[in-house]
Design a protein around this ligand. Structure first.
Ligand code: BMP
Length: 272
């Protein structure tokens, strides 16, 4: 199974360029930490990314929450991505018919496909959503994650829905590179498993100091997520930067290194 191998072994044979780049970055920087930068002002956004950059394999964005968005913000983000060596994941959660998501992915104010190495989609509309996004993203070497599960209390993405998400991914392995999920998916919907399949499992709902946020979010530790559940990347937001305004430089750096170290130790414990 993929999660018994090292990130480097998986990088060497992964067919998708975005997934390969992520696995290589994880190995090179010895970090499976993705920071989710959920702040609403461009200055705070760039500041947090610059601070956490050395500690992360990937930065996750919600570009539609930035209230003073301008195209130059994407240029700054791309510079930080090159200088700090991280992959960009826009957490867009597409959820419409293929034609509409293709337009949302390629066009509009944000032109996501032109800069985000990875993005994600809810499988709820059926396989047409993957075809629509693939028409735009595959020629650019992008990758897609399907939301097979969610971290929130009462999530409806369970059971037969999760199984359908896994089947959908297996039918589009050239573009779907993994899942947003809370555990590995190899044992889900097992009727057509290729032993060579390697879906990345990116997992939000990670926190060391609290178990929830009072709005449905549920947190587990890096050890629970990486060692016990076999996931590949921990996604951490507020656990690292709090509200994200009045950024305390040393506190943010210290938290980023704390989560990096916990996530990497949890991975080493898993592969030994
Ligand atoms: P935080 O660590 O501050 O709770 O942030 C989690 C981030 O992950 C948010 O950006 C949220 O949109 C995202 N997320 C999540 O929390 N649970 C999911 O199941 C899927 C997500 O994308």
């Amino acid at each position: 199974m993929a999660h018994r191998q090292t990130y480097a072994q998986r990088a060497a044979k992964h067919p998708n360029p975005a997934a390969k780049a992520l696995l290589e970055t994880i190995e090179r920087k010895k970090t499976n930490l993705c920071v989710s930068v959920d702040v609403t002002k461009s200055d705070d956004f760039l500041k947090v990314i610059d601070l956490v950059g050395p500690y992360v394999c990937m930065v996750k964005t919600h570009v539609d929450i930035i209230e003073d968005f301008a195209p130059t913000l994407i240029e700054r983000l791309q510079e930080l991505s090159v200088n700090h060596d991280f992959v960009i994941f826009e957490d867009r959660k597409f959820a419409d018919i293929g034609n509409t998501v293709a337009l949302q992915y390629a066009a509009g104010v944000h032109k996501i496909a032109s800069w985000a190495h990875l993005t994600n989609a809810h499988p709820v509309p059926g396989p047409g959503i993957v075809s629509g996004l693939a028409a735009v993203g595959r020629p650019l070497g992008r990758g897609l994650l399907l939301l097979a599960e969610m971290s929130t209390k009462g999530s409806l993405a369970t059971g037969a829905y999760t199984e359908a998400a896994v089947r959908m991914a297996r039918e589009h392995r050239d573009f779907v590179v993994g899942f947003i999920a809370q555990r590995r998916m190899e044992s889900v919907a097992t009727e057509s498993v290729d032993p060579e399949e390697d879906f990345l499992i990116l997992t939000p709902g990670v926190g060391l100091d609290t178990r929830g946020d009072g709005m449905g979010q549920q947190y587990r530790t890096p050890k629970e997520v990486i060692t016990e559940a076999g996931c590949d990347v921990i996604i951490v937001g507020r656990g690292i930067y709090g509200k994200g305004d009045n950024v305390d430089v040393q506190a943010v750096q210290a938290q980023a290194e704390r989560y990096r170290a916990e996530g990497w130790a949890a991975y080493l414990a898993r592969i030994q």
